[in-house]
Ligand binder design. Sequence first.
Ligand code: ASP
Length: 449
Amino acid sequence: MRGHKLLNILIFVGLIAGVIVGFLLLKWFDSQDLTGAEIGQKIKWLATAGDLILIRPLKMLIIPLVFASVVVGITSIGDPSRLGLVGTTTIVYYFATMFVAVVLGAFLVTSIRPGDGVSQKIDFDQVRETFENSDTSPKKKIEGAPKDLGGAWSNILRQVIPDNVLGAAVEGQPLPVITFAILFGLALGFLGDRVKPAVDFFEAFFQAIMTLVGWVLWLTPIGVFLLVAWTIASLGGEAIAAVGKYMIVVITGLIIHGFLTLPLVLFLFGQTNPYRFMWRMRPALMTAFGTDSSSATLPVTIRTAETEGECSKRASGFVLPLGSTINMDGTALYEAVAVIFLFQVFGIELGFEALAVVALTATLAAVGAAGIPSAGLVTMVIVIQAVNTSLAGTGKPELPIWSIGIILGVDRIVDMCRTTINVWGDLVGAKIITRIAPDDEDQRAAAMG
Ligand code: ASP
């Protein structure tokens, strides 16, 4: 227990030290008149070191962990009717909370209007040029990603129904592995006692991976320090000046969703003290903030939920892996705010119908976003295209895709905040589902209060 406490303190210290060093570097480079992108390049070694020390070790564990935890989760839920209830409740929870997040984001951005007056502060030619030509431009990623609703759906469906699960595993795609693990777990459950050694094997496999996660966790303080320092230093004063208000709107939305909406949902449906639970989940939340990736954080999320959050293996083995790729409340909120903000910058007014399109497609775009850095930025194109299509025939101009370049400079910091809320949403789901699928009677009694 003392080890846990020390680790939590160290992660916190790493995070705060990262913020302080990041701001000091930012100030220092700013005085040399460097832009955010230039600073980012100059101190790229910080990001590379953070990648080597924390992100890669965590990523190494993801696929084996996803497979083992889902198999163990599904086999231990057992009873097919309970499994149906857990599955349905989980999916309803994911979509309902994402939709609420989108509506909140749309409400805030249409009332505060952070896009008004921004166009005078921006050099559009330069934004376009940077978006299309720079080395770090997301243009290439966007070109390879689906751009319309049909493409997005079929992309998700192809992952949900994979033809080559090993190929997907090799490419590090969790969703196809989850599908296979659910089916495999069902088959093991169906065969019952005859395959008990296999069930025991996966249980032991899962425990071993969890032990590895425990070891990697000790790298978190230094990894988080390096990554946070790099992100803050490469923000660049010029980016914040133009889109600071937009950042404030996204972060305010994330705070309201994370500190009010989700706690309320947890209180009502999980009968848990939400803030105490949030406090206990801080290793996972701080790792999410530092790594900028729900998938990379997943090993820490599962471990923290089980060891410190009293979530059942049944609930966390299923809700957390699936949630890390599907359930993204923070990303959904951000997509809505960012798209409406960009339309505001270009002076294009969106009516109710267009806002409804934003709400629906932002939810889907968040589902389609992988749990990796900047994934939401890429799937945002789906939302922009859908709104552009809905505007056809109204006489209003289209929003160019390169307009995404306007928010590029601050996206990493916004991404860290939304990733934290994505992971928090998954944890709240796991705690709620623990009530339906506790591991034993003691836990059931505790979950029922
Ligand atoms: N980085 C986010 C996550 O991993 C996804 C995104 O919004 O870009 O959850």
